[in-house]
Design a protein around this ligand. Structure first.
Ligand SMILES: *[C@@H]1O[C@H](CO)[C@@H](O)[C@H](O)[C@H]1NC(C)=O
Ligand SMILES: *[C@@H]1O[C@H](CO)[C@@H](O)[C@H](O)[C@H]1NC(C)=O
Ligand SMILES: *[C@@H]1O[C@H](CO)[C@@H](O)[C@H](O)[C@H]1NC(C)=O
Length: 510
């Protein structure tokens, strides 16, 4: 994972990036909306689009390491989409028809792609079926372009494992500042859309795994209410916290993808059924409104979230953003507090750690058991695998203390039940009370620091590009809300994005 040559690579990479911009201007950072119009007017077809992205992957991925595997059937799927469009079949009107999508390597596909969470332990495993959200993507006409890199096992193996690194994928790089963290665990999806190696992507979050890479790679991440998107066929961490979600360059792209993947799935039945009440009639795109900020009550929790170093430019940038929100009609309720943050930010004290490791053991064992074939069949097998190959560079052992702690658990007992009750209490007394007492539509915070609050509550959030620090590293702004508040969060995020337009293309700085 050490890359002593990064300063040497920089000029090469920059030349490549500039070249690719000048030669491929036609497809430069197209949005889903633009692509749909271009398809309709025969200015581009899906085959050309897939060829373009495959070319970009070839040029950029050896340095950025955002893509783990390319789908050998992608061009075939593109040709099929082009034929369907030419024949005007009903499917060609679906929201993502002919649009290439990249999936985090923890999301199962029943095709030639592997699903491994970045680990060699799962290489060669055969999944029983597409993940629930993959079925929905295919129904919506999407082309599966490939699998994206990630922090191995979604960052749930060891605290000392580097973020954005996996044995199979190597170290993912931040396309803005190569030496900066891409953040994880959905690093590859964020890197890949940021550098335009694909149109849109899908990641997963347990606690911060979408919001943080979205923030660091200057892209948009929508973390939906837990259960709104099916987790079936996704290599799990903790089912009561896990979500599956879009990472894209614009709010509108992310909303198109969200619309395609929400809803009932019989393989994640309880959660998707319970949350289906939140899906608005007519879908989510109706909330992409230019005046979406008007009348929205947004809470500003300065302590501890707005505590910028006084040497940083970010203080002023975020003050300006708050001013823009007001100017666009939002009502800001300033200097609010969320009670119990000290406990919430300490996963041991909140109970999040106890619940996550116990659920992980149950859920990963169930996932491994469901596979048609697999080199490993239990968490214990993975631990043995890691021990056996720990001396190999490609399996490099950064420790596996989280796995060991999980293996030592024994279901959901008294300790875990108390932890679940404690998380519910912290959520009620903290975030829900702040929202309720101030009649808020959303809370605004910089970066992804609020993620544990949202994780233990199962709450949704949207991260939008907001700033670049003095070194050029991106920082996002996060709008969060209560369960089912996606429509409001979309209005606010889209309003903010359209008013500020902060996102720039990657700079590839060393
Ligand atoms: C999946 O892994 C196998 C090795 O087991 C490899 O031969 C194959 O190329 C991989 N598939 C893709 C699409 O990269
Ligand atoms: C920044 O903060 C430190 C410590 O709070 C203070 O000593 C220093 O004077 C501040 N610098 C500026 C430029 O405000
Ligand atoms: C986190 O909470 C645990 C249990 O309440 C406590 O023992 C530990 O010291 C806390 N850690 C920190 C860094 O405050």
């Amino acid at each position: 994972m050490v890359t002593p040559k990064s300063s040497l690579l920089f000029p090469i990479l920059l030349t490549i990036a500039l070249l690719s911009l000048s030669t491929c201007h036609a497809h430069k950072e197209a949005t889903i909306r633009e692509l749909r119009i271009a398809f309709k007017e025969n200015r581009v077809n899906s085959r050309q689009l897939v060829e373009f992205y495959l070319g970009e992957i070839k040029k950029l991925n050896s340095v950025l390491k955002g893509v783990l595997e390319v789908n050998p059937n992608a061009l075939y799927e593109a040709d099929r989409a082009d034929r369907e469009r030419a024949a005007n079949v009903p499917r060609s009107l679906a929201g993502l028809h002919g649009i290439p999508v990249l999936l985090k390597d923890s999301i199962a596909t029943k095709d030639k792609l592997n699903t491994t969470s970045g680990s060699f332990a799962l290489l060669g495993s055969v999944v029983p079926r597409d993940a629930g959200i993959v079925s929905k993507l295919r129904k919506s006409g999407a082309i599966i372009l490939g699998k994206a890199t990630l922090s191995e096992w979604s960052n749930f193996r060891s605290l000392s494992a580097p973020t954005g690194w996996s044995p199979r994928g190597g170290q993912g790089k931040n396309p803005y500042v190569l030496s900066a963290t891409p953040c994880g665990s959905s690093s590859g999806p964020a890197i890949s859309v940021a550098a335009n190696m694909v149109a849109v992507s899908i990641g997963t979050e347990t606690d911060g795994s979408i919001l943080c890479p979205a923030s660091f790679n200057s892209v948009v991440g929508i973390k939906p209410t837990v259960g709104l998107t099916s987790r079936a066929g996704v290599i799990p961490v903790s089912p009561s916290l896990d979500t599956v979600e879009p990472i894209c360059r614009t709010v509108s792209d992310a909303v198109y993808v969200l619309e395609a993947i929400v809803g009932l799935d019989y393989n994640d039945r309880d959660a998707t059924k319970k949350t289906s009440q939140y899906i608005p009639y007519g879908g989510y795109t109706q909330f992409l409104k230019l005046d979406g900020l008007k009348g929205k009550r947004i809470g500003v929790v300065r302590n501890p979230f707005f505590m910028f170093s006084n040497r940083s430019n970010l203080h002023q940038v975020f003050e300006n953003h708050l001013q823009t929100l007001r100017y666009k009609g939002a009502i800001l309720i300033d200097n609010l507090e969320i009670k119990g943050l000290n406990a919430i930010f300490n996963a041991t004290a909140s109970g999040e750690a106890a619940v996550a490791i116990a659920e992980f053991k149950i859920a990963i064992n169930a996932y491994l058991k469901s596979l048609i074939t697999s080199p490993v069949r239990s968490l214990a097998d993975i631990i043995t695998f890691n021990n056996k190959y720990s001396d190999l560079e490609k399996v490099k052992n950064f420790g596996q203390e989280i796995f060991l702690a999980a293996e030592a658990t024994n279901g959901i007992g008294d300790l875990e039940k108390a932890a679940i009750a404690n998380m519910a209490r912290l959520t009620r007394e903290g975030y829900e009370t702040t929202m309720g007492e101030n009649r808020l539509d959303a809370v605004v915070t910089p970066g992804a620091d609020i993620s544990p609050v949202l994780a233990i509550g199962g709450f949704p959030a949207i991260s939008v590009p907001a700033a670049y620090n003095d070194k050029g590293v991106p920082v996002g702004i996060c709008f969060s809300g209560l369960k089912g508040s996606e429509p409001t969060l979309i209005e606010i995020s889209y309003g903010f994005e359209q008013a500020t337009n902060v996102r720039k293309m990657p700079t590839f700085l060393p």
